[in-house]
Write a protein that binds this ligand. Structure first.
Ligand SMILES: [Cu+2]
Length: 124
Protein backbone atom coordinates (compact mmCIF):
# COMPACT_ATOMS: atom_id res chain seq x y z
CA UNK A 1 0.00 0.00 0.00
CA UNK A 2 1.36 3.36 -1.08
CA UNK A 3 0.52 6.61 0.70
CA UNK A 4 1.29 10.23 -0.03
CA UNK A 5 3.30 9.71 -3.23
CA UNK A 6 4.62 12.98 -4.60
CA UNK A 7 7.35 14.68 -6.55
CA UNK A 8 8.50 18.22 -7.04
CA UNK A 9 7.81 20.38 -10.07
CA UNK A 10 10.90 20.61 -12.29
CA UNK A 11 12.23 23.49 -14.36
CA UNK A 12 12.12 23.03 -18.15
CA UNK A 13 15.00 20.88 -19.35
CA UNK A 14 15.62 19.21 -15.98
CA UNK A 15 17.20 15.78 -16.38
CA UNK A 16 16.16 14.26 -13.07
CA UNK A 17 13.34 14.34 -10.55
CA UNK A 18 12.81 12.66 -7.20
CA UNK A 19 9.92 10.55 -5.96
CA UNK A 20 8.75 10.43 -2.36
CA UNK A 21 6.14 8.29 -0.63
CA UNK A 22 5.38 6.02 2.28
CA UNK A 23 5.21 2.31 1.47
CA UNK A 24 3.30 0.23 4.00
CA UNK A 25 3.61 -3.51 3.99
CA UNK A 26 0.32 -4.84 5.29
CA UNK A 27 1.34 -8.47 4.81
CA UNK A 28 3.13 -10.57 7.38
CA UNK A 29 6.20 -11.27 5.28
CA UNK A 30 8.97 -8.84 4.36
CA UNK A 31 9.01 -7.52 0.81
CA UNK A 32 11.82 -5.88 -1.08
CA UNK A 33 11.44 -2.80 -3.24
CA UNK A 34 13.66 -3.34 -6.26
CA UNK A 35 12.92 -0.20 -8.25
CA UNK A 36 10.33 1.37 -10.45
CA UNK A 37 9.24 2.20 -13.95
CA UNK A 38 7.58 5.25 -15.38
CA UNK A 39 6.68 6.49 -18.82
CA UNK A 40 7.92 9.91 -17.68
CA UNK A 41 11.62 9.00 -17.39
CA UNK A 42 14.15 6.64 -18.88
CA UNK A 43 14.79 4.86 -15.62
CA UNK A 44 14.11 4.89 -11.90
CA UNK A 45 16.75 4.27 -9.24
CA UNK A 46 16.50 3.96 -5.47
CA UNK A 47 18.83 6.46 -3.80
CA UNK A 48 19.99 6.99 -0.28
CA UNK A 49 21.70 10.01 1.21
CA UNK A 50 25.04 9.55 2.94
CA UNK A 51 27.70 11.77 4.41
CA UNK A 52 30.77 11.62 2.24
CA UNK A 53 33.75 13.66 3.47
CA UNK A 54 31.42 16.08 5.24
CA UNK A 55 29.21 16.54 2.20
CA UNK A 56 25.76 15.02 1.89
CA UNK A 57 25.60 13.04 -1.32
CA UNK A 58 23.30 10.56 -2.97
CA UNK A 59 24.14 7.06 -3.95
CA UNK A 60 22.14 4.28 -5.54
CA UNK A 61 20.97 1.51 -3.22
CA UNK A 62 22.22 -1.90 -4.32
CA UNK A 63 19.82 -4.80 -4.00
CA UNK A 64 16.74 -2.80 -3.14
CA UNK A 65 15.11 -1.84 0.15
CA UNK A 66 13.38 -4.25 2.49
CA UNK A 67 10.02 -3.40 4.03
CA UNK A 68 9.41 -5.68 6.99
CA UNK A 69 6.08 -7.43 7.49
CA UNK A 70 3.68 -4.91 9.02
CA UNK A 71 6.33 -2.21 8.60
CA UNK A 72 6.66 0.93 6.55
CA UNK A 73 9.33 2.56 4.46
CA UNK A 74 9.40 6.31 4.16
CA UNK A 75 10.95 7.91 1.10
CA UNK A 76 11.37 11.62 1.79
CA UNK A 77 13.48 14.68 1.02
CA UNK A 78 16.89 14.39 2.66
CA UNK A 79 16.53 10.63 3.02
CA UNK A 80 15.89 7.67 0.80
CA UNK A 81 14.07 8.52 -2.39
CA UNK A 82 13.36 7.35 -5.90
CA UNK A 83 15.36 9.11 -8.57
CA UNK A 84 13.69 9.53 -11.94
CA UNK A 85 16.51 9.82 -14.45
CA UNK A 86 16.22 11.06 -18.01
CA UNK A 87 12.96 12.99 -17.71
CA UNK A 88 11.00 13.10 -20.93
CA UNK A 89 9.28 16.35 -19.99
CA UNK A 90 9.17 18.81 -17.12
CA UNK A 91 6.79 18.10 -14.25
CA UNK A 92 4.28 20.90 -13.79
CA UNK A 93 2.65 21.63 -10.45
CA UNK A 94 -0.70 19.89 -10.15
CA UNK A 95 0.15 17.17 -12.64
CA UNK A 96 0.32 13.51 -11.80
CA UNK A 97 3.19 11.25 -12.85
CA UNK A 98 2.30 7.55 -13.21
CA UNK A 99 4.78 5.22 -11.56
CA UNK A 100 4.98 1.46 -11.18
CA UNK A 101 6.86 0.15 -8.16
CA UNK A 102 8.56 -3.20 -8.67
CA UNK A 103 8.97 -5.55 -5.72
CA UNK A 104 10.61 -8.95 -5.47
CA UNK A 105 8.58 -11.91 -6.54
CA UNK A 106 7.39 -10.01 -9.60
CA UNK A 107 4.94 -7.87 -7.62
CA UNK A 108 4.13 -4.59 -9.33
CA UNK A 109 2.19 -1.79 -7.71
CA UNK A 110 0.78 1.10 -9.70
CA UNK A 111 0.79 4.53 -8.14
CA UNK A 112 1.10 8.14 -9.21
CA UNK A 113 3.26 10.98 -7.96
CA UNK A 114 1.38 14.20 -7.30
CA UNK A 115 3.50 17.12 -8.52
CA UNK A 116 3.99 19.79 -5.84
CA UNK A 117 5.45 23.25 -6.20
CA UNK A 118 9.21 23.71 -6.54
CA UNK A 119 11.45 24.92 -3.75
CA UNK A 120 12.98 23.61 -0.54
CA UNK A 121 14.10 20.14 0.36
CA UNK A 122 15.95 17.91 -2.01
CA UNK A 123 17.70 19.73 -4.83
CA UNK A 124 19.46 18.42 -7.90
CU1 LIG B 1 18.73 11.00 -5.84
Amino acid sequence: MIADAWTKATPPGAAVGAGYMTIRNEGGAAVRLLGGETVAAERVEIHTMAMDGGVMSMRPVEGGLEVSGGGALELKPGGMHLMLIGLKQAFGEGESVPLTLVFDGGVRVETALAVRAMGGGHDH
